[in-house]
Design a protein around this ligand. Structure first.
Ligand SMILES: NC(=O)c1ccc[n+]([C@@H]2O[C@H](COP(=O)([O-])OP(=O)(O)OC[C@H]3O[C@@H](n4cnc5c(N)ncnc54)[C@H](OP(=O)(O)O)[C@@H]3O)[C@@H](O)[C@H]2O)c1
Length: 377
């Protein structure tokens, strides 16, 4: 039995992971679950999976949690930190944005393997995390669908033969809409993703294509590929997740039905004969389309390449400014087109410095959030 901890168990990634656990009841022992405030779902998960630890970020909600025999309830950021330090075979990082950074840092050396759904932590503190993971023998395993596709493709190829990597993007809800129409779209339209059912933050990032820009930096970090060799294609059917272009002019692709259970099952080590995710039936797809993204309509993509190139503290500032602005957008305080304008201005103001510790990351996170507030209020 593999001992598993799921951070963000009430979210889209957390629920998909628990579905896989449920499909394989003899393979996993759920030792820890965490949520921010959704105690009604967390209570159902406690009843069903009987973890030893549960962590709730909102301390006020702790008293509404179900008390199982032998269950320890942890609360607040300290609680999440304590849960991340428990020994386990696999920890699933399904919390959004920079809230994942501390738990990821803490679990290295305690978890044998970390399934990385969150990409912001690896973007903002990449080298620090990678080095600590290496020194403490924790495997970092990406389950973000494009990163997982690249991992699979690279496994089978000689790196010398690879010219570049293509990442595909569904394009979100607005990729083919005129610029004037998307200027003022409300959050409820922006989070209506055409393919995936995901949390609000990543759904807005998909609508602005910031998420794809983040993936360029993520792939560069995880697989040491220069950003100029990472290209993006809009692919509305979302069944091809990545291509490799080889020197012999052939392309090889990784295709699978857009179901997060597929990369998650792979990360959990489910053998291919008992895998339950949906099968991709090519004869049911009307066609496969690929388009170049409109960099003028989605300027955050260009900005991500600039940041990926410059490195230093730029990625931390990009991720932090985006998190702050998207939060303001979801609260109705700024418009859709303001998201890219504000982030561009924050990046323009930034004088990059080296990132050598978590303290540096937090310093530049605070700096970027403050700059966003200065520009908005
Ligand atoms: N969903 C996907 O298909 C997908 C694909 C690729 C990558 N990812 C990445 O995976 C991560 C999770 O995405 P998601 O779509 O599953 O998000 P989500 O549905 O919003 O779920 C987030 C989970 O984390 C908890 N949470 C929220 N804010 C938190 C905080 N500040 N501290 C601690 N816990 C917090 C939530 O608890 P409550 O339920 O109580 O709010 C929930 O359990 C993100 O980084 C996303 O970019 C997701």
């Amino acid at each position: 039995m593999k001992r598993i901890i799921i951070l963000g168990s009430t979210g889209s990634i957390g629920r998909a992971t628990l579905k896989v656990v449920k499909e394989n009841p003899d393979k996993f022992e759920v030792i820890g679950l965490s949520a921010r405030r959704n105690t009604s779902l967390l209570n159902k998960q406690i009843k069903e999976f009987r973890p030893s630890y549960v962590s709730i970020l909102d301390k006020g909600k702790a008293k509404t949690l179900r008390i199982n025999k032998g269950l320890k309830i942890l609360a607040g950021e300290e609680g999440l930190g304590e849960l991340s330090k428990k020994e386990c075979d696999i920890l699933v990082l399904g919390v959004p944005g920079l809230s994942a950074l501390k738990p990821l840092f803490s679990c290295l050396g305690k978890a044998k393997k970390v399934l990385l759904a969150n990409k912001e932590a690896i973007i903002s503190a990449g080298e620090i995390i990678k080095e600590r993971a290496k020194n403490r023998n924790t495997e970092l395993f990406p389950v973000d669908s494009e990163a997982w596709a690249v991992l699979n493709l690279l496994k089978k190829e000689d790196r010398e033969d690879i010219l570049c990597v293509y990442l595909t993007a569904s394009g979100g809800p607005f990729w083919d809409k005129p610029k004037e129409i998307i200027k003022n779209v409300k959050a409820k339209e922006a989070i209506r993703h055409p393919v995936w059912k995901m949390g609000k933050k990543i759904s807005v990032d998909s609508a602005t294509l910031m998420n794809k820009g983040f993936e360029v930096i993520e792939i560069k970090r995880l697989f040491n590929i220069d950003s100029e060799n990472i290209k993006i294609l809009i692919h509305p059917q979302s069944v091809v997740h990545a291509f490799l272009e080889k020197r012999d002019k052939s392309l090889i692709s990784c295709m699978f039905y857009p179901d997060m259970r597929i990369p998650i099952s792979s990360g959990l080590g489910i053998d291919k004969f008992s895998l339950k995710g949906k099968k991709l039936l090519l004869d049911k797809i009307k066609g496969l389309e690929f388009f170049l993204p409109d960099y003028k309509k989605f300027p955050l993509l260009n900005l991500a390449y600039f940041v990926a190139n410059k490195e230093k503290s730029f990625p931390t500032v990009l991720v932090s400014a985006d998190e702050e602005v998207v939060d303001l957008y979801l609260k109705g305080k700024v418009g859709f087109s303001d998201i890219s304008k504000i982030i561009e201005r924050v990046i323009a103001k930034h004088k990059p410095r080296d990132i050598t510790s978590l303290e540096d990351v937090y310093y530049w996170e605070a700096w970027a959030r403050e700059k966003v507030k200065e520009l908005v209020f």
